[in-house]
Design a protein around this ligand. Structure first.
Ligand code: ADP
Ligand code: MG
Length: 907
């Protein structure tokens, strides 16, 4: 019997936002299962067993609680230690790849989506254990269960016979079943966060009477912002706080409490959380510090805290956070202790740093960026940035999402969610700190080429996240995206009343890859009609210092009405002592007149700041002090627009691959290498590559010179000989590679040469010489938190020197591949640059897609260098002439997608 698969334990958010724990059944669950049965109504029992049952027999209980985690499997759902639901499958005797599924959910918990969740977990588990089809018997009047199957998105077949439906379906994921899972996830997570963003009543545990303390400031803020519901201070040593009667404990509050803020010293937190659970509080914001951020004991305390929160079905922001706020007048929630309640607006933000959060709110207010909701996520023990993305995805108050990130809890989930959310609203992020990737030992070209930031950059790029390098840029681009449409293309017009800044803007735009387009003669004539004779109507359009508000208005109209540009940068320098306000108003009004048609960006180079006409609540033109910031922000918005316009791409699957053969080669390598794994031998490497349709050059290993001659004769044509040894990572560096060998004498001589370069030669590789072609590198390295990264570059042995490479996170879509090739500048050589020999780019694209599939199917692979691969002439394909693959043992059933089950919250 297989052992208990603890990696299948998780916390799940249900449709109504409540949290339950789901885990594989254990023998000691027999009492709990009996309890569930006893508490079930006659009707529920009949639906499960198809007849009236009074009790389960001891044999049945033993059977239900003892599974083998292979052919018989069950998941139980728990709420405060009670089993409230169970879903199981039993493999059919006559059909080892099919299983029968059945569910029982406690009456009080029906309608919460529990059966759907258990079904999703069972199918995921079944897929991993070779069970390809499920079958269920359902009484025809059991509409709820039939609905669960129907809404699951699996491809169902149903038959009805004497009042019983037989439902069959493959456990294989379908587009529909995935979509159904992700939709469930989004709704569940959003519902679970509702008590935090829209509480009807709030308790502040640790509301303090000490002026200036965090507990006092938080309580004051909540009151000052006019929170719409009742506010209860909890403080055992005060009778009132800020004039409001205080309670000694949350349990003493006579009315229900939705949300509790916790501002007590860390050692008291468990006790007050316990009381909050008992009180039925649904959301917690734990401001208190002293948890995982201090390490050691703090980490333990945080894990225990999370356990209490989850088993009580609550959600928690923090610990060690600054709070949350929601400017929606329906709640007026200022649940943070900073001095600023920002103006209402369409930007949502999460910050991983509390202190920075305060600065951010301050700055946002200054820049006139309105906030919808703000969360300081602190240690992210429970509520993560990923959860917040799901909440904001459908939030009508939010148009732009800002993230200040220091780390990713679950980057794979982030990537999946961000890709979808970014299609609807821009996500702007600044990521500080270094990722753990930097710590990776680099024993391959690919490993040494991947910098600590490679994975984050690739992730953001693929997911359409707008990455900024500094906080200042974060706000610059946010001001644009929150107020103006995403540019429809990269053509920009610059309109200015001074030549210098116009040229600076044009330079900055071009440096960012935007196009300061040549304007047509008609448009220029049109502009000229409103300008002085000395003005220049060439882009950048220099209206000269005499231009007033009227000229601005007329020229902006002309540019906005033309089809020649996508965005307009309008620059003003206060050349005359007055008139700035009029020009500002003219810009604001023009932008409103043409709203949605063009993207407007303003630059006001004035020491006295931006006039109120452009900075007030009604002004929706982002205004910058310098042309460079405007150009940079605009460029980021244009890139995002390009990402939006590009199709989603698809991941290819080749059905001519032989996974079993590849796995066989890896297994024999692992048997030799031991549990820690290591680099495969040449023959194993070749088998892995061939199984996935890659084309290694023909080769064999020679132990003696005679062997080498025999192998050479079999290959025919010129040869290459290479030393094989553990120590020689880069063979040619030490003279271990001889090229262009012909005839027996040369073979014998080369054998002597290459086997002599190291002490530990294990043999000599005799390989077919592949003439011509372009040398490229294809590689893979595993980032500890982001998963596999794939590399493409040119350069063979010089690849590190030149560094002209592209990385993407696995899996690669056809578009990722296209982009990687386009991103590598020297890849233009493959197109026959300046009369050079072209390469087989079609075969290259295919090889990259095959590599991605290979990575998917063989999680044992941790690192790989194919360097070089020779790209031959069009139609001739590729030849891998040097390959190294590093493997390690993967324990138990490999479950890459476990964390990607719906509504599963990270443990
Ligand atoms: P290493 O990377 O360990 O130094 P390689 O096997 O990559 O050794 O060989 C070094 C270089 O020799 C390659 O970059 C390539 O230019 C050339 N080379 C190696 N094998 C072949 C081959 N079979 N046909 C043609 N050229 C080869
Ligand atoms: Mg090499």
């Amino acid at each position: 019997m297989a052992s208990y698969p603890s990696e299948w334990e998780f916390d799940v958010v249900l449709r109504d936002g409540g949290v339950v724990q789901v885990r594989p059944v254990k023998p000691e669950d027999s009492d709990g299962l009996n309890g569930l049965f006893e508490a079930s109504s006659t009707e529920s029992r009949r639906q499960r067993f198809f007849r009236d049952r009074d009790a389960l027999t001891p044999e049945e209980l033993a059977y239900f609680s003892t599974v083998d985690y292979q052919r018989r499997m069950a998941f139980v759902a728990l709420h405060e230690d009670d089993i409230i639901g169970v879903g199981r499958y039993d493999v059919l005797d006559d059909e080892p790849t099919s299983a029968e599924v059945a569910f029982l959910v406690a009456d009080a918990h029906q309608g919460r989506g529990l059966a759907a969740q258990l079904l999703a977990d069972l199918t995921a588990y079944a897929r991993r254990h070779g069970v390809t089809a499920f079958k269920a018997f359902v009484l025809a009047d059991n509409r709820a269960m039939l609905r669960v199957f129907r809404n699951s998105g699996y491809h169902l077949e149903r038959e009805v016979h004497e009042g019983v439906y037989t439902v069959h379906f493959p456990t294989l994921e379908s587009v529909e079943s995935q979509a159904a899972m992700w939709e469930t996830e989004k709704q569940a997570i959003a519902a679970s966060l509702t008590p935090i963003f829209y509480p009807r009543s709030i308790a502040v545990i640790g509301a303090s009477t000490t002026e200036g303390s965090i507990g006092a400031r938080l309580f004051d803020n909540l009151g000052a912002a006019n929170f719409v519901g009742p506010l209860y201070p909890v403080n055992p040593s005060a009778t009132e706080v800020a004039g409001v009667p205080a309670y000694a404990s949350v349990l003493d509050i006579p009315d229900p409490v939705d949300l509790a803020f916790i501002v007590v010293p860390a050692r008291f937190v468990p006790q007050v959380v316990e009381q909050s659970a008992e009180k039925g509080v649904r959301g917690l914001v734990v401001i208190s510090a002293g948890f995982s951020e201090v390490g050691g004991e703090g980490e333990k305390a945080e894990a225990e805290l999370l356990d209490m929160v989850r088993s009580a079905g609550m959600r928690m922001v923090g610990p060690n956070c600054m709070g949350v706020l929601n400017t929606d007048p329906a709640v007026n929630l200022d649940g943070q202790f900073g001095p600023r309640f920002p103006p209402r607006g369409n930007v949502a933000m999460s910050s991983q740093s509390g202190a920075l959060g305060i600065a951010i709110l301050d700055y946002a207010t200054q820049l006139n960026i309105g906030i919808s909701t703000f969360v300081s996520v602190g240690n992210k023990a429970d509520v993560s940035g990923n959860d917040l993305l799901l909440f904001w995805e459908d939030d009508p108050s939010t148009d732009v999402i800002l993230l200040y990130l220091e780390s990713f809890g679950n980057p794979r989930r982030f990537s999946r969610i961000a890709r979808r959310v970014a299609r609807r609203k821009p996500i702007v992020a600044v990521k500080s700190g270094r990722t753990s990737a930097g710590a990776r030992a680099a024993s391959s070209h690919t490993g040494s080429l991947a910098s600590s930031d490679t994975a984050v950059n690739a992730l953001f790029h693929q997911a359409g996240v707008v990455r900024t390098d500094t906080l200042e840029e974060l706000f610059d681009v946010t001001a644009l995206l929150a107020n103006q449409p995403v540019p429809g293309g990269n053509r920009v017009a610059v309109l200015t009343n001074a030549g210098g800044p116009g040229i600076l803007a044009a330079d900055a735009l071009e440096a960012q890859g935007l196009e300061v387009v040549e304007l047509s003669a008609e448009l220029r004539a049109d502009l000229g009609r409103h300008l002085a004779g000395e003005a220049s109507t060439r882009n950048p359009v220099d209206m000269i210092a005499s231009a007033g508000a009227d000229a601005y208005a007329a020229c902006l109209d002309a540019l906005a009405d033309s089809a020649e540009v996508d965005s307009i940068i309008v620059i003003y320098i206060p050349a005359a002592p007055s008139g700035a306000e009029d020009v500002a108003a003219a810009i604001r009004d023009a932008a409103e007149r043409h709203r949605g048609k063009k993207t407007f960006v303003a630059v006001f180079m004035s020491a006295s700041g931006v006039p109120p006409e452009l900075s007030g609540q009604s002004a929706r033109v982002p205004t910058y002090l310098f042309p460079e910031s405007a150009a940079r922000a605009l460029a980021r918005a244009v890139r995002y627009g390009e990402w939006l316009a590009r199709p989603e791409g698809s991941v290819a699957t080749f059905d001519d691959v032989d996974v079993a053969q590849a796995r066989g080669a890896i297994d024999s390598g692992l048997a030799r290498l031991g549990p820690d794994g290591g680099w495969l031998e040449a023959a194993e490497t070749e088998a892995v590559l061939r199984s996935f349709g890659m084309q290694p050059a023909r080769a064999d290993i020679a132990a003696t010179a005679d062997d080498a001659v025999a192998i050479g004769n079999a290959i025919e044509g010129p040869l290459v000989m290479k030393v094989q040894s553990e120590s020689a990572l880069h063979k040619s560096d030490i003279g271990g590679v001889v090229l262009g060998i012909e005839g027996e004498d040369e073979i014998r001589q080369a054998f002597e040469t290459v086997s002599g370069v190291v002490d530990d030669a294990s043999g000599v590789l005799v390989q077919e010489f592949v003439p011509g072609g372009h040398e490229i590198i294809l590689g893979m390295t595993e980032d500890p938190s982001f998963g596999p990264l794939l590399l493409f570059g040119l350069g063979g042995v010089f690849v590190e020197l030149i560094g002209d490479v592209a990385f993407r996170i696995h899996p690669l879509t056809d578009l990722d591949i296209e982009e990687m090739i386009a991103e590598v500048r020297s890849a233009r050589l493959l197109e026959g640059y300046r009369g050079g020999q072209p390469g087989d780019v079609v075969a290259l694209r295919q090889a990259m897609a095959r590599l991605s599939q290979l990575i998917e199917e063989l999680p044992e692979i941790v690192e790989m260098d194919l360097n070089p691969v020779k790209v031959l002439e069009p139609g001739q394909g590729l030849r891998v002439v040097d390959a190294r693959i590093k493997v390690r043992r993967v324990e138990g059933p490999f479950v890459p997608s476990r964390k990607d089950l719906p509504a599963v919250v990270r443990r």
